[in-house]
Design a binder for this molecule. Sequence first.
Ligand code: IMP
Length: 198
Amino acid sequence: MNRKFSSGKLVIASHNAGKVREIGELLAPYGVDVVSAGDLGLAEPEETGTTFVANAELKAHAAAQASGLPALADDSGLAVDGLGGDPGIYSARWAGPSKDFQAAMALVNDKLGNNPDRSGRFICALALAWPDGHCETFEGVVEGDLVWPLRGLAGFGYDPMFQPKGHAVTFGEMDPNAKHAISHRADAFRKLVAACFE
Ligand code: IMP
């Protein structure tokens, strides 16, 4: 049995205002009142986990402990089969301090070389933790292929390189609503909502 979120305030363990707003909108129909870790002045823990789930869990636990409220955290990235799952949890770090995702995508392409296997997936882990230490985790996935040259200017991060299976366009070329319907994040949120909010 999953533990349900009863009602009231939920801390979103993120300092990214855009992400907090988006999650607030997704959960508004369930009577959830979201507040961000940034607004509460909570420190951001170091992401020392070796998996997406571990990193989401440590962020959710830290925010729940510090605030005394249930807390939701996410962690996501791109895992490429031909690179043994890299960049994986290091997806943001491959773009460097200047957040240069053109360079990060070029690095993925260079490392793949002429490997015929260009398959990969975006993964999103969500962790919902309570102050008593209980935690529920969910993982969402979207399978795809890494294309080169890059295509499309919509989206962010590795979107121009990622063509979801069964589609002829990359996430960078896709209408944002079409991406949101099939993304790893949407998959993880559907599981979270079904388990803990409905
Ligand atoms: P975070 O979970 O917000 O820290 O995101 C980790 C990194 O994964 C981002 O900086 C992006 O590089 C990459 N990433 C996660 N989700 C997506 C996506 O939907 N499109 C493109 N890149 C993504």
